[in-house]
Design a protein around this ligand. Structure first.
Ligand code: GLN
Length: 734
């Protein structure tokens, strides 16, 4: 070991000792940060001491999969070095590797890291944040990178998924000896396998699983030619068996296939299935979890262990013994009630939790949402979660907590659920006093609020309901609809207001479904008859009797597919705009309305219905934002996340003036968006309408007026919306 490396290790050891022995805290990232400062190559310098290593990345399931791989390696008699506590950036991996060289526990290594017995081969199992793969892989040169899935997640940190794909591909290219073990059911992962020179092994589920489809999925476009993919079956999100009808690109062969997947009945059911692998490998496995994602995770574990040459004989026992890290998937007994606690951080994760809550037939639940750095400041994604599916349950009490609980309350309102605000999980349990004691309360919390929920649950675990505590009256968990129906207004409208949602299968990146929900509900609550038509890719566009049109936001690739589709029939949209039609165009959709926009360095022709062009700039503009606008009497709030910069022609009027300079159309403009006849173009996600009901009402009123129906829209009860709006405004104002 060189002097620099030795010094770096010694400093990290001291920091680790200080933190764990003196301050009684977890080692965390600090020893790794220190070691990397003194020796930026420390991962490369220490990697040769390992027999080999496996890195796990992907949006969901990293910690569980990596924990299982570590346990599997330990069961196969390896001495395992692992960042089990989930510190998955370069610093966390450096800390684990430094600690591992002493044969001591890797940071939070648990049982798997405990053995440093002589003669054992030392092997690394590390989870790695997607964006850090490019720093870790070239140094560590692991034998395999396990890529689990790619879903929209913390888009304000990751940018668009295309960017995450690029980073992982670069990481692999810089570590050519690493084999990619990837989820072949995910076209976004398969696309990476396709473009890198590394050898690769695909895994997946080789049969339909019959799960309810999610409303939103990430890009389902061909990685080769961008045509929409055809699916034989979908498991969830974009995962399934796909094929491009245009160029024939399809799900690659599964080297490890899950077959005979069955969900056992009952509470302790869980999935069982066979893993059929290369070279006649075959193993039957069972988990006690009801989430299909565990089938993917465990199949990946088997593939990784096999690849590392570890015996998988004890895999079933490893799975049975596995305790999820940090209190995930755990049941506590709190104040007399069982509370099932889970973590979910993005729409795909939340949707999986909702299907588990549904499988458990729950009627008591609590959701927590924080918007700290590690969660992502943009919370638009809650509108991509299928909370509507909860309405099939016989809901009794629903609670919302966290720094953005007001936004969750609004989101649930539009799903038809009336949720109560709480400060913590204890409030939820107390709020359930009076409900049948045998019913479980299900809690789902996102990243930074989850430890708080866990700490409260641990503190209260094993407690019974205090004697003499009063029942809380059962709250109605349903929103009353049709509260201010106006018969006069309904009578004046001969045919329903027709809302046309353009290409929801492609432009839906930041909860655009919420804009439709706001338009529809605010009409229905007033008794205005309304229909929503979706026009999907490849379908005939008919705007002849449209009243409000929505074009959402999207990643560059999806945006390009829509652009091609619309260019071929642009005169229809131009005529609609010319005839004063109401059109809401968000971000990517807004950019398409101009003369051109940039896709990387390539200029793409736009629809030219407004006088604007979108050029590229340095980095992305990512902020909470607010503008003063003539269409609303309070500032319009939202969240922007775009690479393109839009410049309006002199004759065009912006939608509003930013409260904070440097936000909006571009960093130099004093305007945000465009207001052009009935067109509201904006960079605001949020989604903008449920966050700013006045904008929804402006669009509805504009549409009615165009139909010759002059009226004053009746006021609605917007207390929840106003509270969420004010929280967002406070964030912008700092
Ligand atoms: N892809 C476009 C950009 O980055 C639009 C993004 C969006 O809709 N959020 O500028």
């Amino acid at each position: 070991m060189g002097v620099k490396t030795g010094l770096a290790c010694a400093a990290a050891d001291v920091a680790h000792w200080g933190l764990t022995s003196v301050l009684k805290r977890g080692g965390g990232n600090v020893p790794g940060t220190l070691a990397l400062k003194l020796d930026p190559q420390i991962i490369a310098d220490l990697a040769p001491a390992l027999e080999g290593s496996i890195v796990v990345t992907g949006t969901n399931g990293k910690t569980t999969t990596n924990g299982l791989i570590a346990d599997g390696l330990a069961a196969a008699d390896y001495d395992v070095v692992c960042n089990r506590a989930g510190n998955n950036m370069q610093t966390g991996i450096a800390a684990a590797i430094v600690a591992g060289r002493r044969g001591s526990r890797g940071t939070g290594a648990g049982a798997a890291g405990a053995g440093a017995a002589a003669g054992k081969k030392r092997f690394g199992a590390f989870e790695c944040d997607e964006l850090y793969t490019v720093r870790v892989l070239p140094q560590l040169k692991p034998r395999a990178l396990v890529l689990l899935n790619l879903f929209r997640d913390q888009l304000d940190r990751y940018g668009e998924i295309d960017h995450t794909q690029d980073v992982i591909a670069q990481a692999l290219e810089k570590s050519p000896t690493t084999t990619l073990i990837y989820n072949a059911d995910d076209p976004l992962c398969a696309a990476i396998a396709d473009r890198v020179p590394n050898s690769s092994i695909g895994f997946g589920i080789d049969e339909p699983t019959g799960l309810e489809a999610d409303r939103i999925s990430d890009s389902r476009f061909c990685a080769k030619c961008n045509a929409p993919l055809d699916y034989d079956y979908v498991h969830y999100g974009q995962l399934g068996k796909y094929r491009c009808p245009k160029c024939g690109w399809e799900r690659p062969e599964l080297a490890y296939a899950a077959r005979n997947v069955a969900l056992e009945c009952g509470r302790d059911g869980g999935y069982s299935w066979d893993i059929c692998g290369a070279d006649g490998f075959s193993q039957h496995v069972k988990t006690r979890y009801n989430g299909l994602y565990m089938v993917f995770n465990v199949t990946a574990v088997a593939a990784a262990l096999q690849f590392a040459g570890a015996d998988t004989e004890k895999l079933d026992q490893v799975i049975a013994d596995y305790e999820p890290a940090g209190g995930r998937m755990h049941t506590y007994h709190v104040l007399g009630r069982d509370v099932v606690s889970n973590l979910a951080k993005n729409p795909a994760g939340f949707d999986r939790m909702i299907s588990e809550v549904k499988a458990a037939d729950s009627c008591l639940m609590a959701f927590f949402l924080n918007d700290n750095d590690a969660d992502g400041h943009d919370i638009s994604w809650i509108w991509d979660v299928d909370f509507e599916k909860l309405c099939e349950l016989d809901l009794e009490r629903v609670f919302v907590g966290g720094t953005r609980k007001n936004d969750l309350q609004v989101r649930l309102k539009y799903a038809g659920i009336d949720a109560r605000l709480i400060d913590g999980i204890e409030d939820a349990v107390r709020g359930c006093f009076g409900a049948d004691d045998a019913l479980e309360l299900h809690s789902v919390a996102n990243y930074t609020v989850f430890p708080t929920v866990t700490a409260d649950l641990k503190r209260l675990d094993g407690t019974e309901r205090p004697a003499g505590s009063a029942d809380v009256a059962a709250g109605c968990a349903r929103v009353e609809l049709g509260c201010v129906a106006d018969a006069g207004l309904a009578g004046a409208i001969a045919r329903p207001l027709r809302i046309v949602h353009l290409y929801p299968d492609a432009l839906n990146l930041y909860g655009d479904g919420g804009n439709i929900a706001s338009l529809r509900q605010r009409c229905e609550w007033r008794g205005i008859p309304v229909v929503v038509d979706q026009v999907r890719m490849g379908e005939e566009l008919d705007l002849s009797d449209a009243d409000v049109v929505l074009l959402g936001g999207g990643a560059d690739r999806d945006q390009l597919a829509v652009c091609k589709e619309l260019l071929a029939q642009k005169e229809k949209l131009a005529a609609y705009v010319e005839s004063d039609g109401a059109l809401l165009a968000i971000c990517g959709g807004y950019q398409l309305l101009g003369r051109f926009y940039m896709m990387g360095n390539t200029q793409v022709e736009g629809l030219g219905v407004i006088g604007a062009e979108t050029r590229s700039g340095e980095g992305r503009l990512i902020h909470n934002v607010a503008i003063n606008s003539p269409v609303a009497c309070t500032p319009i709030v939202g969240f922007e996340n775009h690479g393109g910069r839009t410049y309006l022609d002199d004759g065009e009027t912006p939608l509003g003036t930013p409260l904070v300079a440097g936000t909006g159309n571009n960093e130099f403009a004093v305007g945000e968006g465009v207001l052009h006849k009935g067109v509201v173009g904006t960079y605001f996600h949020g989604p903008v309408l449920p966050k700013n009901p006045q904008v929804t009402d402006w669009l509805i009123a504009h549409a009615l007026e165009r139909r010759g129906i002059a009226c004053e829209l009746p006021a609605l009860d917007d207390a929840y919306e106003t509270a969420a709006h004010d929280v967002a405004l406070d964030i912008v104002r700092g």
